[in-house]
Design a binder for this molecule. Sequence first.
Ligand code: PAP
Length: 333
Amino acid sequence: MSSFPSLPESEQQDAEYNNICNNHKHLLETLPKANGWKNRHLYNYNGFWLSPLVLKTNLLLHTYFKSHPTDIFLASFMKSGTTWLKALMFSTLNRHHYTFSDHYLHKHGPQSTFPLLDVESYPISDFTTFSPPRLFATHFARSLLPSCITSGKFVYVCRNPKDVLISKWLFMSKLRPKDIPPLSLDEAFELFSLGVSEFGPFWEHVLSYWRASLESPKKILFLKYEEVKKQPEVVVRKLATFLGKPLTAEEEEKGVVGEIVKLCSFESLRNLEVNKNGMEKFGKVVEIEKRDFFRKGEIGDWKNYLSDEMKERIDGITDDKFRGSGLSLREMI
Ligand code: PAP
């Protein structure tokens, strides 16, 4: 059975699709608007800032996505470690399908291991060829996802906001069309502090998954980029268990965990020919150079960009927002 209608064939589907397009148009005319990092504008939809394209995808996702009980989702705020976790999850789950010397990742890189739901073209996307468990990634905050998705299993990866801010500003500046004036770091900093950036506010995004992980620890594996960096082998073991394929004693003996960590390391992935020169297509319209997903891969690069005053301000906001939640991103830097 097809998860997605292959095309809006019936009149009912056409009507449904047209309604979504009309609703999207209406929302763009009425929602609060602010400066975007890549696009000219972002729109505040149910508390989160989305680009016009992503807003439309969100509406389509609610209507057309059909989940399977075995689906597993990787959620993250942009620039928090999505690429890395895609590689780690895919290679951990499929470790019996490839050898470490001739791996899918070597030829294709991590981006195409599984789709990013936020930019897929619905209703024509069709993931029925995926064998279960299907893996999907998303940058949407939890409250923006349909319940058929939030009832599934999630890996969430977060990262300290100062590195996220810098990584995102540099990445978005590269993608920003030349006919829009560049976004200065000061402007990006102001917007970020106010919560205005694609998929943001950052803090509410993180908290949406953190709180859900406290409620359902078996369904949401909450990870920090910095913890993956410091103890990648511990994280691979956690992932293997969470994905339903715990490491066997024999695999431990053979050093499989170390092989996965090595395969997915920043240096290995960045130096692959495909990641140096390839392009990645997200959905039908977004195309990005794969190399742009591998910049420095370090903890604390923000120190090369942010003043003491900026650091204090972001830390202050983070402390205020996370107070009483039990979550801290301070200890990681
Ligand atoms: P996305 O939200 O656009 O998918 P995402 O992969 O979440 O991006 O984040 C990219 C960051 O992860 C980059 O950080 P930087 O700008 O501070 O360098 C990128 O370099 C880093 N990154 C990508 N792959 C790895 C990896 N294998 N190990 C560590 N960091 C990585």
